[in-house]
Design a protein around this ligand. Structure first.
Ligand code: E4P
Length: 218
C-alpha cells in the first residue's frame, strides 16, 4: 500500500520522507487555507521534497475556469496530480487531462457509482472519503470494498483507489486488508501505526536487562 501524507506541513512531510513513509502528498483547499501559505510556491516546495504524486486541487467549480486552473497547476512540476471534484465539470477536466498524460485525482467520492465514472474518465486516483461517511453513520470502509470489487471486474481501468479522509489506524489496516492501492492520512495517524503497548513494555524490559549485563555494543 502506498502512503500519501494528507498535509501541506513541510516539516511533517520531510519527517515522513526521512522515515521512508512518504509515497506522495495530498492537499485540498482547506489544508492550504490552514497553512497560511501561498498555494503555488507551497506545492512547488512539496514537489521538490516528494518524488511521488502531489495532489493540488482546482478551486473553481465551472469547467472553463477549472480547465485553466489545471493548466497552471500542471506546469508546477511533473509529479503534480491535478485534483478535481467529482462533478460533471471535474470529470470532463479529468478526461482531457488524463488523455493528455497528466495524473488526475478525483476527490469527494462518496459512492461506487461515482467511482465508476472517475475510472471511465481515466482518473489516476479516486479518493473515497471514509471518515466523512463514518461521520454520517455510513460504513466508509464498505465503499472501499465496493469500489475495489467493481474495478477488479474491469482490468482495463488503471484507476488506483486512494483511501481518503482517514481518521485512525483501523481505516488504514482494513483498507490494506482489502488491497486498496493507496491511502492518504494526516501524519499523526500514520505514526499511530507504530504504537503498541507490548512493544513499549517489551522494550523497557530489554533496556533494563541490558543494563544489568554491564556491556556496551560500541
Ligand atoms: C483527501 O485527499 C482529502 O484531502 C482528505 O483526506 C479529507 O480528509 P478530512 O475528511 O479529514 O478533511
Amino acid at each position: 500500500m502506498k502512503f500519501f501524507a494528507d498535509t501541506s506541513d513541510i516539516d511533517e512531510i520531510k519527517d515522513l520522507a526521512d522515515y521512508g513513509l512518504l509515497d506522495g502528498v495530498t492537499t485540498n483547499p482547506s489544508i492550504i487555507a490552514k497553512s497560511g501559505r501561498e498555494f503555488i510556491p507551497l506545492i512547488k516546495e512539496i514537489c521538490e521534497i516528494c518524488d511521488g504524486p502531489v495532489s493540488a486541487e482546482v478551486a473553481s467549480t465551472d469547467y472553463a475556469t477549472m480547465r485553466k486552473e489545471a493548466e497552471v497547476l500542471r506546469k508546477i512540476a511533473d509529479n503534480v496530480a491535478i485534483k478535481v471534484p467529482l462533478t460533471p465539470a471535474g470529470l470532463k477536466t479529468c478526461k482531457e487531462l488524463s488523455d493528455d498524460g497528466t495524473m488526475v485525482n478525483v476527490t469527494l467520492c462518496f459512492s461506487a457509482g461515482q467511482a465508476l465514472l472517475a475510472a471511465k474518465a481515466g482518473a489516476a486516483f479516486i479518493s473515497p472519503f471514509v471518515g466523512r461517511l463514518d461521520d454520517i453513520s455510513y460504513q466508509g470502509l464498505d465503499l472501499i470494498a465496493d469500489i475495489l470489487t467493481i474495478y477488479d471486474n474491469y482490468p482495463q481501468y488503471d484507476t488506483e483507489v486512494l483511501v481518503a479522509s482517514v481518521r485512525n489506524p483501523m481505516h488504514i489496516i482494513e483498507s490494506a486488508k482489502m488491497g486498496a492501492h493507496v491511502m492518504t492520512a494526516p501524519p499523526k495517524v500514520i505514526k499511530q501505526l507504530y504504537n503498541h503497548p507490548l512493544t513499549d513494555k517489551g522494550l523497557a524490559a530489554f533496556v533494563e536487562d541490558w543494563k544489568k549485563t554491564g556491556q556496551s555494543i560500541l
